[in-house]
Ligand binder design. Structure first.
Ligand code: PSU
Ligand code: MN
Length: 321
């Protein structure tokens, strides 16, 4: 056997031993553990969007609706969060309510997971943390709203979401409406290329801009069906590129007027700078600014985005079986 093949085998043995060990640290809901055991399609959902991305009381209603959409499309939803020190894959109704309504839910990226577990605290998981846990659970498809990415001014602030580096190491397919339009979209696209993260547009040749159907940038690859995406996911495994995630960019159908979007974004960025907002507070701050400054229009669009991504993610999970 060639050395590279031996190395690959040793690596796989080590990682599978680790995965078995880590699985015991996770509490699965009855519905999700039955689905995984039976090899049924499962879709992971993040919880930061519930705790920090959407205002109450819409957040709980959207979370419940998303789970329903996934079930209606023949898959099982697995909302991921940390409650009282325990990592949950699949939430019961009261747990979903806790994530939506409790005031002690922090925002956990990958680096925060072990700290919050050991301290017995609770947190919503970002795209990065959710993808990490979903990959351990063997879940292949994940639906969210918009990914994190490179923030404007990152050449000085170094603010780049851990979503990007996480996705460059995980075997998962993420359905999203591009990256949030509050970011530097061009820089984010460049980083996705550098990190070898797969990127396809769903029924579009243009990279979506979250609240906007088109961020202004072209996509090299377009696909038009869930079956095509499933074929790509299988091909990735056969050529060994599955550990760099695949992003399926699904544009929102009814977008915000671009002039209105740009104006709200400009006032939001100025306000954030004035208020000295930085680190993990930036994204929730700007999303909240959009929701209040647009009188709920951005909330309605954000809700449509996540619902549509859930439906497509479920179709992909079903097509993968
Ligand atoms: N998409 C949304 N709303 C959100 C997020 C994504 O529609 O609130 C969250 C995700 O959890 C994503 C996070 O991982 O924002 C990015 O935060 P940061 O820029 O601090 O990495
Ligand atoms: Mn950041």
């Amino acid at each position: 056997m060639e050395l590279s093949a031996i190395n690959a085998r040793v690596y796989l043995l080590i990682t599978s031993a680790k995965v078995v060990h880590m699985k015991s640290a996770i509490k699965y809901s009855a519905e999700v553990s039955a689905a995984i055991a039976a090899g049924k399609p499962v879709v992971a959902l993040e919880s930061t969007i519930i705790s920090h991305g959407l205002p109450r009381p819409s957040n709980l209603a959207v979370a419940i609706e998303c789970e329903k959409i996934i079930r209606d499309h023949g898959a099982v939803p697995a909302t991921i969060a940390l409650l009282d020190g325990v990592v949950h894959v699949g939430l019961e109704n009261d747990e979903l309510e806790a994530i939506a309504n409790r005031n002690d839910i922090s925002k956990a990226s990958i680096r925060d997971l072990a700290i919050i577990m050991a301290q017995g605290r609770s947190a919503a998981t970002t795209v990065a943390a959710t993808a990490h846990i979903a990959a351990i659970a063997g879940i292949k498809v994940f639906a969210t709203g918009g990914l994190g990415g490179v923030h404007r001014g990152a050449n000085e602030s170094f603010d780049e979401s851990a979503d990007l580096t996480a996705l460059s190491q995980l075997d998962i397919t993420v359905v999203c409406a591009g990256v949030k339009s509050i970011l530097d979209v061009h820089a984010t696209l460049e980083r996705l290329e550098t990190l070898a993260i797969g990127l396809v547009g769903y029924k579009t040749n243009r990279f979506p801009g979250f609240y906007l159907t088109d961020s202004g940038f072209n996509l090299e690859h377009r696909i038009d069906s869930a079956a095509e995406i499933a074929a790509i996911i299988k091909a990735r495994t056969s050529i060994g590129t599955q550990f760099k995630s695949l992003i399926v960019a699904n544009p929102v159908k009814k977008e915000m007027a671009k002039a209105r979007h740009d104006q709200i974004l400009a006032t939001g960025l100025a306000k954030a700078a004035h208020d000295g907002i930085d680190g993990k507070a930036v994204t929730p701050y700007l999303l909240e600014h959009f929701h209040s400054a647009s009188n709920g229009e951005s909330l309605a669009i954000n809700t449509e985005i996540i619902k549509s991504n859930c439906a497509l993610a479920a179709e992909i999970a079903v097509a993968l079986i």
